[in-house]
Design a protein around this ligand. Sequence first.
Ligand code: NAD
Length: 363
Amino acid sequence: MIEIQELTDTSVFGQIAEHQHEQVVFCHDHETGLRAIIGIHNTVLGPALGGTRMWQYASDAEALNDVLRLSRGMSYKAAISGLNLGGGKAVIIGDAKTQKNEALLRKFGRFVQNLNGKYITAEDVGMTTKDMEYIHMETKHVAGLPESMGGSGDPSPVTAYGTYMGMKAAAKKAFGSDSLAGKRIAVQGVGHVGGYLLEHLAKEGAKIILTDYYEDRKLEMAAKYKAIAVDIDEIYDQDMDIYSPCALGATINDDTLSRLKCRVIAGSANNQLKNEDIHGPALVDRGIVYAPDFLINAGGLINVYSEVVGTSRQAALNQTEKIYDFTLQVLNKAEQEGSHPQKAAIRQAEERIAAIGKVKSTY
Ligand code: NAD
């Protein structure tokens, strides 16, 4: 699940400088054994928001690399979605099954609190709602809590809706119509987001092929949505119009590229392209329309943002619907520029950050 990039410069400041991160906080506590890193990429648009991940990294350099990469991704996701949020992320180094306890999490919460709202944390891999409750005991700068605690609740249905909107826009580009009726759509991973996505696809009359690591879940979803269930490695070889990665990152890579006979790729997984500079252009060469991952999976962040600014879930859904227009804009822009959609999306995000930075340059 965790994709570690190859490090070009392993020095701490070398890595921080590479993508111009603003601030990186190393948190250590002798009593609880806490070792965490908070990465703040950019706060031009607003406070840096992003989840806390707990993972057993092979080295501190890997942990730093992960937090830097993820926090940068959050800046882009917020910027392209028109949100006034910056990009941040945190990692706690350790085994989430054996090394997590109340004191460690509350200590981490105090480090978040010390940033005075410059960083807002949320749930990510290796963390549970209960863990977030502990962190919340020491800091108010936590978002994405359950509705029972005044939060915005499960983001997955909103993420799925945005992914569906992005998929329709990409279909419009590839097929001339955004209707998914009769389209063969292969969904890889039918967990929280994938499960909700299936509802939209089934309602539109798509022919669904699906897979999941968990056999029970796979069969349950296949029966519910009259879908064809296949083994996890068979998903790439299906006769399909649309491939929808909703499980893991880096599934578009040298091994899978020649196997994917689809016209569209649109899914919720983060970091779908193993190497953006290689696999982004390769998809264009193959005539596959790729809906940029961080653009079409932004519904969850939009939902959390509604909690930060105090608007409703309906407002979040309305904003998420705009992913359709944003996706079409990016796809057209990439075509005009002769580049690839991921690159065009990153450029658009960077341009908004730069433009708003200039707005804020005077008092
Ligand atoms: P999840 O853990 O609920 O679901 C993922 C599913 O993928 C699980 O059912 C798992 O069994 C399955 N899976 C794992 N490895 C697989 C493999 N090799 N082949 C097929 N299936 C496999 O996670 P989720 O919340 O549904 O998120 C799905 C993806 O979307 C993740 O990449 C996540 O980072 C991304 N995402 C989620 C949200 C959100 O709101 N939940 C927001 C943005 C991005």
